[in-house]
Design a protein. Sequence first.
Length: 121
Amino acid sequence: MTDRDTLLAPASRRARHPGGEAVSEKSMEERVARAIAGANYPGASESDIDEMWEGFSLEAEAAIKAMREPTDAMLDAASIAYYRKSNDMYSLAPTEEPDAGGGPFGYAFRAAIDAALVGEG
């Protein structure tokens, strides 16, 4: 696969973002279900989580669906992050590679989730 093919491939087929960060091969539902399993069983090993995560799929789906409608604080945080990353990308002296962190969208996405996690969202 050439660099161009990698960039044009759907995210599900890419092992890394163009900026170089690793991308999980697991679905978001699986990642959330694993996090819920780990939170419910803090002493569980990775192999224990491998065996039990599917039992938390319904909770994971519900959690992801609840995030579908962002709060005002989440939208504000996302907007600011997107704006800052976009401005950085097009500045004369950018602080990092343009696609690092998933580009403006990646920064906005994480900022919205962070706002929800600290209780602002």
